[in-house]
Structures are given as C-alpha cells and as structure tokens.
Design a protein around this ligand. Structure first.
Ligand SMILES: Nc1nc2c(ncn2[C@@H]2O[C@H](COP(=O)(O)OP(=O)(O)OP(=O)(O)O)[C@@H](O)[C@H]2O)c(=O)[nH]1
Ligand SMILES: [Zn+2]
Length: 212
C-alpha cells in the first residue's frame, strides 16, 4: 500500500502503458464456500503484490465467470457499511463456488487507486458533506485512478481470454475489451442498500456510470 502517493504520481501511474507482473507462487485457499487456488503476482518496479483466486479448470477456453475486485480494506476487511465492496467480494466468491469454476482478480488499487490514507482523507471530506467524486477531486485526484491493465499479465498466466464479468461498472468491460479480452456477459452484482451506502451508490450511478 503506497501511503505517500501524491496526486501527480497517481495520475502518472494510472496512464502508464505497460504493466509488468511476475508470477510468484500459488497455494490452496480454503473458504466457507470452496477451496480455491490463490495465485500471487508482484509488480517488479514497485514490489506491489496482487492476487488472483481461481476455482476449477479455467484454461479450457470457455468463458470464465470472473470478478475484477479493487482493494478496499475498510469494506473487504473491516466490515464498513460505507460501500458495497465486502458483500460484493463475498457474493462473487460464493457465485464462483456455486458454479464450481471461475476467477477473481484482487487488485491492490485501494481507494480507486489513491491509496488507503487518501481514501480516509476522502471519507473525512465526505463526512463533512462532499460526495465520493467531489472528495477525490478536492484532494487533486481524478474520480477513478484505477488501471485495469494489471489484469493482462494475470489473465495471460492463467490462460483466460473470455469472461463473464461480475460487475456494475461498464468501464471495466470497456477496459477489458481494450486489452483484447472478450466479455461475453455482464453478470450484475447488486448489493443491498443501507443508510450509510445510499449516497455512495446513488453517486456512483449518477457520476461514474454504474448500472444498478
Ligand atoms: N476514493 C474513494 N474510493 C472509494 C470510496 N469508496 C470505495 N472506494 C474504493 O472503490 C473501489 C471499488 O470501486 P467501486 O466504485 O465501489 O466499484 P467498481 O469496482 O467500480 O464496480 P463494481 O465492479 O460494480 O464493484 C475500491 O478500491 C474501494 O476502496 C470513496 O468514497 N472514495
Ligand atoms: Zn469499499
């Protein structure tokens, strides 16, 4: 996690053209729903670590039920109700387990690419009235700084070329298509609203184009 990320450095990271990732190791990942396979990758330049989680044979050329998930420590690990990340992560893994086959890419792009500390700064601004987009912009960041090119070396390593993608974000589908990865189906991943995520979800639909 890069806590010293400055706005300019983050913009440069987001537009960099080639992303290199070295495959490091794989192991079993037992969960309440299935025993998955966990694959570790490292960005050689920065040492940043990313993982993919697979189940079943994903190398047979058939479309793979997939989730491209962006790191959210608060939602994925700390039970935050401010966003839909934790329930989406769980729902995606459960769905892959039900089908017996699929892949989840867990990208370490915390806070839509601005890092954990900056996301907490953005939340502080949101506590004072800003929405999720306004808060990023007030800190000098774009509303979304993620770079999905990270998926390319992972997909190549896992021999996956066609996806059924679990997402509400049409920009993820576009990004995959730009990488030459076919998305044959969008599988919605809609999570229950609560008083804490209501405004967040509404802003995502209005300003970031998410489909709910
Ligand atoms: N900067 C910032 N990042 C946030 C905020 N809330 C959640 N995130 C991050 O947003 C990322 C998840 O993105 P979302 O916009 O919720 O969803 P998505 O990945 O675009 O779309 P889906 O595939 O439908 O989940 C994670 O990296 C979270 O840490 C926020 O208010 N500000
Ligand atoms: Zn989240």
């Amino acid at each position: 996690m890069n806590t010293s990320l400055t706005p300019n450095a983050a913009v440069e990271a987001a537009v960099s053209s080639e992303v290199e990732l070295d495959y490091a190791a794989s192991c079993e990942l037992p969960t309440p729903w299935a025993t998955f396979r966990l694959h570790a990758f490292v960005e050689p330049g920065t040492g940043k670590e990313h993982v993919a989680i697979t189940l079943g044979d994903v190398t047979d050329g058939e479309p793979v039920l997939s989730r491209i998930h962006s790191e959210c420590l608060t939602g994925d690990g700390l039970f935050s109700l401010r966003c839909d990340c934790g329930p989406q992560l769980e729902a995606a893994l459960k769905r892959i387990a039900e089908e017996g086959r699929g892949a989840l890419f867990y990208l370490r792009q915390e806070g839509r690419g601005i890092g954990l500390v900056n996301k907490i700064r953005a939340y502080q601004l949101q506590d004072a009235g800003a929405d999720t987009v306004e808060a990023n912009e007030a800190l000098g960041f774009k509303p979304d700084q993620r770079n999905y090119k990270l998926c390319q070396p992972m997909l190549r390593h896992l021999k996956i070329s066609t996806l059924r993608l679990m997402t509400n974000n049409p920009r993820k589908i576009k990004a995959m298509e730009q990488l030459g990865v076919k998305v044959v189906e969008r599988v919605p991943l809609v999570i229950t609203r609560n008083p804490f995520n209501e405004r967040y979800l509404t802003t995502k639909a209005a300003k970031l184009g998410h489909l709910f």
